[in-house]
Design a protein around this ligand. Structure first.
Ligand code: NAG
Ligand code: NAG
Ligand code: NAG
Ligand code: NAG
Length: 766
């Protein structure tokens, strides 16, 4: 029958179309930009022509993005043979498959010393800075924005800077009028995501192909960086107070590059490309991937272009701690931010049947359990998925009506609570294991639940194991301030050493990243779970995703105070003034071990914005310094070209050792050599006629240090002076030693310019 034949023919066509769609993937293609034939008026025309020459199946639609600022090249949907054909083309430098990056999921201003009772910073006339920061634009690459959040209220803000070329893109659930003088731009980039998900996202209501934030993460990070002050902000009554971003007068531009399945490199690059053209001053990326060489690291490549145009780029270090060598976003032109705790806590208590009472944390806000003891179980099941309360692993006949102990790890903390609730449990004790140590992260659980550290967790597990009739009562203590010690380095915060360049210490600094209150999307409940129907304007989140935008906002303030400083100078100011002690005057502690932290976890230390405003001296670096650094990595010229976007990088200037880069910290890797000698240049951004003396500390039984000269005299502002530091590994200090630390501090009565030094005897010691 004709209609049957027709319908099977249509089906055949459909299958054909589907198979060609499935075979195609997104590739990022780097072009030899300087070879563009003049017959093509624009790079876009040239890229299209390159694509159309490939095969008949390459339509103009194959071109997903033509990059102009962050990258010389384009993203296209290609099949593998087309990608190979492009690879062989003379005008192509490199072709690689799109990769996926992941998100590194209010009392902060006071904690940082930004606000005293009088409302201004201690010891600084900040009115001028706050006004100047009206001109600072902070670009956030994330999951979009919830424009109705009070954090983006523009009351009292002056007109948008005329240099701004950004836009407020309308789309589903997002209008041009969603922006204002605070949220001055909002765009979304979904073509890489669209390709990777085969178009299926269209059917999912969850994804709005517009800057609308249905996840919450982007609204949280944007409002942390530059949210307007909102009085009486809180999450379900917790952390009540005024919420404000780090640079409350600065402007926000949201670039949505992250979708339900992650953040695709092609979309991230498109967002960075646009943000650079739009005219942002700071770029904030709370996301990352693994460690790749810089010429294959999309964020590093885009950030290089940004840095060259004077844009400060701040990225999260990742949440893969406390394992070593877990740090992401390690390019030296990026500020890599780890996470520490605040001096605020949300205590919750568990009272056991044996009369012991322990403290933990929680943001649970619903009906309490009362004071009647309830049976307590720790279901170890047949494997660890049960003790971790993975979905479907709990036996309702075991947990019904009970408080359940769940081990931390693998699945989301709030999900464990939902699993317990769905299996009939009435409460949860989320107990840390060795990997999470004593670090406590408060969550807005769906049932009465608290988290306890490893030591307490072990005591409770032992109690359940030995008591024939174990019971527990859970209760909740609200918000507590002035907690000691703080800050403490978060266990989850990713650690060095830097696998890509061990001679550059990473992370650079830590900032507040545990239990941070900031704006939230009303499209999703505070726990982020689909079954969470609560709506909140603010949420409390933890991660280096949260610490990164703190630094982005602070960089915005420094930029406002010192418009002539380069991104590297701003970075140096934040690093050399960071502190390495906590509020008990002890060396910073590490939540993972309970012992002292090291620069492999906290970098230069915890940021101190007041001190960063007047660092005295800075270690500056220009694009040509970074190219000399790249040349020292023995990358091929084409690989350096990929990053530096210049023709014919000839490496006539090449550091003998990547550690020679004028970086504010030192990471000495002795390897087969016993001596490392570096020259550093300090530039005076303080007073004319300043004199600095050096003080150096090293593990003296292992390393000898010589700094020459030991005194630096700066007659004028803007003057630079060099010094040389020589590190000698002593006899017997061989590769059996783990990493060791020291410091080099230049100081006078007004300023301390401090650099940590990390020593390793093989490339992977830590
Ligand atoms: C966008 O504008 C239309 C027409 O004015 C309005 O009905 C709609 O609610 C607006 N949407 C948003 C998200 O503001
Ligand atoms: C653990 O046990 C559950 C059933 O209780 C099973 O579904 C799961 O596959 C097991 N996991 C492993 C790693 O064996
Ligand atoms: C902190 O310790 C340093 C040296 O360890 C000491 O000089 C200083 O006075 C102490 N400060 C306070 C507030 O205890
Ligand atoms: C290398 O490049 C620099 C900067 O472009 C240029 O000044 C220099 O002459 C070049 N050297 C050689 C040997 O080509």
């Amino acid at each position: 029958m004709a209609s049957m034949a027709l319908s099977s023919f249509v089906l055949f066509l459909l299958l054909l179309a589907l198979s060609s769609v499935l075979a195609k993937k997104t590739y990022i293609v780097h072009m030899k930009h300087h070879d563009k034939p003049t017959v093509y008026p624009t790079a876009h025309d040239w890229y299209s022509a390159n694509l159309q020459s490939l095969s008949s199946s390459s339509t103009p639609d194959s071109l997903l993005y033509a990059y102009t600022s962050a990258y010389n090249g384009f993203a296209a949907s290609l099949d593998p043979t087309e990608a190979d054909a492009l690879r062989r083309s003379d005008s192509v430098l490199d072709v690689y498959e799109d990769t996926v990056y992941t998100l590194h999921t209010t009392r902060t201003p006071e904690f940082l010393g930004l606000e005293t009772q009088s409302g201004s910073w201690q010891g600084h006339n900040t009115l001028g800075i706050e006004q100047a920061s009206h001109d600072v634009i902070i670009g956030i690459l994330d999951t979009g924005v919830w424009p109705e959040s009070k954090s983006f209220d523009d009351t009292g803000m002056p007109e948008i800077p005329t240099r701004w070329r950004g836009e407020c893109e309308s789309g589903p659930d997002f209008n041009k009028s969603s922006c204002n003088k605070k949220l001055i731009g909002a765009r979304s980039f979904s073509r890489g995501f669209h390709m990777a998900s085969g178009g299926s996202y269209m059917r999912k209501e969850k994804e709005a192909v517009s800057p609308r934030d249905r996840d919450g993460h982007g609204t949280h990070t944007a409002s942390t960086a530059a949210g307007s002050p909102v009085a009486n902000a809180n999450l379900l009554g917790y952390a009540r107070g005024t919420a404000r971003g780090m640079a409350p007068q600065a402007r926000v531009a949201a670039y949505k590059v992250c979708w339900s399945t992650g953040c695709f490199a092609s979309d991230i690059l498109a967002g960075m490309d646009r943000a650079i053209q739009d005219g942002v001053d700071v770029l904030s990326l709370s996301l990352g991937g693994g460690s790749a060489p810089y010429f294959r690291d999309t964020i590093a490549i885009g950030a290089f272009a940004a840095m060259e145009r004077g844009i400060f780029v701040s990225c999260s270090a990742g949440n893969s701690g406390p394992g070593k060598a877990s740090v992401a976003n390690v390019a030296p032109w990026i500020m890599t931010v780890g996470a520490g705790t605040l001096d605020r806590d949300f205590p919750a208590y568990v009272s056991l049947g044996n009369k012991k009472r322990f403290i933990g944390v929680s943001l649970y806000s619903g009906k309490g359990m009362g004071d009647r003891p309830v049976g307590l179980v720790y279901d170890k099941g047949s494997n660890s998925s049960t003790s971790m309360c993975m979905p479907g692993s709990l036996d309702p006949s075991v947990v019904r009506g009970k408080v359940v102990i769940c081990d931390r790890g693998i699945n989301a903390r709030v999900e464990k609570g939902a699993v317990v609730r769905d299996a009939g449990g009435v409460g949860m004790i989320l107990a840390n294991t060795a990997a999470s140590g004593e670090e406590l992260v408060a969550d807005s659980h769906l049932l009465p639940a608290l988290e306890v550290g490893r030591k307490v967790g072990d005591e409770i597990r032992e109690y359940v194991r030995t008591d024939p009739n174990p019971t527990a009562i859970l209760s909740f203590g609200g918000t507590v301030l002035n907690v000691t010690p703080s800050p403490v380095v978060a266990a989850f915060s990713s650690r060095g050493p830097n696998l890509v360049t061990p001679q550059i210490l990473k992370p650079d600094v830590i900032g507040p990243g545990v239990n941070i209150l900031a704006g939230w999307s009303e499209a999703i409940g505070p726990s982020g779970l689909a079954q969470d129907t609560r709506k909140t304007q603010f949420n409390i989140m933890s991660g280096t995703s949260m610490s990164c935008p703190h630094i982005s906002g602070l960089a915005g303030l420094l930029k406002a105070a010192h418009p002539d400083w380069s991104p590297s100078a701003i970075k140096s100011a934040l690093m050399t003034t960071a502190y390495t002690h906590d509020n008990t005057n002890s060396t910073l502690r590490d939540a993972a071990s309970g012992g002292f932290s090291t620069p492999m976890a906290h970098g230069a230390g915890h940021v101190d914005p007041q001190k960063a405003l007047s660092p005295g001296l800075v270690y500056d670096a220009s694009a040509s310094d970074y190219i000399a650094f790249l040349c020292s990595l023995r990358y091929r010229p084409e690989q350096i070209q990929l990053i530096a976007k210049r023709p014919n990088v000839n490496c006539s200037r090449r550091f003998a050792d990547p550690g020679q880069l004028n970086y504010p910290t030192f990471s000495v890797v002795f390897g087969s050599k016993r001596v490392a000698r570096y020259t550093r240049t300090l530039t005076n951004v303080g007073e004319a006629g300043s004199v600095y003396d050096v003080a150096a500390t090293v593990p003296s039984s292992l390393v000898a240090i010589t700094v020459k000269p030991t005194k630096l005299v700066f007659n004028n502002v803007g003057e630079s002076r060099r010094y040389t530091v020589t590190f000698v590994s002593k006899k017997g200090a061989d590769s059996s030693i783990r990493s060791e630390f020291g410091s080099i501090v230049w100081s006078n009565d007004n300023h301390q310019v401090a650099s940590p030094v990390a020593f390793a005897w093989t490339e992977l010691d830590s």
